[in-house]
Design a protein around this ligand. Structure first.
Ligand SMILES: [Zn+2]
Length: 96
């Protein structure tokens, strides 16, 4: 069955979340600062999502109760991909 959640992860573009994850975790800008600078609602959603990298699986599931298992797996995949990207970029920053 297709997911009924209007805010589903399937609609989220990895590159757009990655942009904010980089600002948050590589540049070290606080989530609240990013939120204040955001103009559009969907921009805020991306920022919140990008700042969830440190949240555990159970909390993640609570945040999207209407998503099915397929979506949740996809979301964990996205989070892991972001986490790997952030760690790689942090290493690059330290090496420079
Ligand atoms: Zn979904």
């Amino acid at each position: 069955m297709a997911c009924q959640n209007p805010g589903c992860i399937k609609q989220i573009d990895y590159q757009r979340v990655a942009h904010y994850a980089r600002k948050r975790y590589v540049d070290g800008i606080a989530t609240i600062v990013l939120l204040c600078a955001a103009r559009a609602e969907d921009e805020k959603k991306l920022i919140v999502l990008a700042s969830l990298l440190d949240i555990d699986d159970d909390k993640f599931r609570e945040l999207m109760p209407s998503c099915n298992h397929k979506c949740q797996r996809r979301m964990f995949g996205l989070r892991d991909r972001l986490r790997t990207m952030v760690e790689a970029e942090r290493c690059r920053c330290r090496a420079a």
